[in-house]
Design a protein around this ligand. Structure first.
Ligand code: NDP
Length: 311
């Protein structure tokens, strides 16, 4: 039996994937959306979102994602449970294999697999995530007005997070595991000059301390002396980088040195015609729900135009 060829398949159900589904659904392309390992994406582990336009009272992450999903369903987007384990983009139509062995063939593909913040991997970090532990200052900084917060990491993200947090917190302490920052000179200088930012070098986080409900401090280990030192604080921002979920496509699509899928300027086109990428898997600069939504829309429009061009 001949295999059905879909017009558009979307991989991922974060804000970018759902938006691409809404737009392609509304354009009558009957998109198939592969849900992925964490349906709803990173916002499923975010509590209050206060900066998504249209929700002046704020909205919690799972609720927002559930609404986006309903909106996609309204326009007949079809959802497939599971994740893609193999992709063959070497010829069109493209073929995808899901973890349950199903094979899907499609004329166009929208990759919205997102990225995950890297975490330290200690138990107390998990325990207090969303209760003082965060990986996004833009999302959660507002909750730390006049508080003392720690930022872990020594790259540009850590500098940027620390600087952003000075708008709210009374004190920001940057902690880094080496003597020198990895960040660019300009960012390190900017952070160094800010009177609200203090720095502790050559330390690693041993534990995030709390009272069972929220963060109350941080235990650092000095790598030179082996000594443990406890500090009081209200929040810990982990800023040790992001890992884009693009591994499946390496060797098939152009991917930059940091693992992000490369897209053309002002477009979501990848290095393979008919394959588009949107959201955090192709964006290390903004990483916001709103920008992911915008690029999801762009990917849908780009896919629609591509399909018209091959008809
Ligand atoms: P980076 O990989 O550049 O830096 C990660 C930092 O976290 C490093 O200092 C690293 O330490 C530290 N780190 C990693 N793992 C651990 C761990 N387990 N425990 C403690 N510390 C750890 O990631 P970024 O997200 O900062 O930046 C990624 C890219 O995005 C870079 O190219 C950056 O320039 C760019 N970017 C640019 C910005 C801008 O220009 N405004 C803003 C943000 C990012 P170590 O140094 O010892 O390896």
């Amino acid at each position: 039996m001949e295999k059905e060829i879909r017009d558009v398949v979307i991989i991922g159900t974060g804000p970018a994937g759902y938006t691409a589904a809404i737009y392609t659904g509304r354009a009558n392309l009957k998109p198939l959306v592969i849900e992925g390992v964490q349906p709803g994406g990173q916002l499923m582990i975010t509590t209050e979102i206060e900066n998504f336009p249209g929700f002046p009272e704020g909205i919690n992450g799972p609720e927002l994602m559930s609404r986006m999903r309903q909106q996609a369903e309204r326009f007949n987007a079809e959802f497939a449970y599971g994740s893609v384990v193999e992709a063959d983009l070497s010829r069109s139509p493209f073929s995808l294999t899901l973890d349950d062995g199903r094979e899907i063939v499609t004329r166009s593909l929208i990759i919205a697999t997102g990225a995950n913040a890297k975490w330290l991997g200690i138990a107390s970090e998990d325990q207090y995530r969303g209760r003082g532990v965060s990986a996004c200052a833009t999302c959660d900084g507002f909750f730390f007005k006049e508080c003392s917060v720690f930022v872990v990491g020594g790259g540009d993200t850590a500098m940027e997070e620390a600087l952003y947090l000075t708008k709210f917190a009374s004190k920001v302490t940057l902690v880094h595991r080496r003597e020198e920052f990895r960040a660019s000179k300009i960012m390190s200088l900017r952070a160094g000059k800010n009177p609200k930012i203090a720095t502790i070098l050559n330390v690693v986080v041993e534990e995030i301390l709390g009272d069972g409900h929220k963060v109350t401090g941080i235990r650092l280990k000095d790598l030179r002396t082996g000594e443990f030192i406890d500090h009081l604080c209200d929040g810990v921002f982990v800023a040790i980088g992001h890992a884009p979920n693009a591994g499946l496509f390496s060797g098939q699509l152009a991917i930059d040195d940091y693992g992000y899928i490369e897209t053309k300027k002002s477009s979501t086109e990848t290095s393979v015609q008919g394959v588009f990428a949107c959201g955090d898997v192709q964006d290390y600069t903004y990483r916001q729900a709103v920008t992911a939504v915008g690029s999801g829309c762009m990917a849908a429009v780009d896919a629609e135009r591509f399909l018209e061009s091959i008809r």
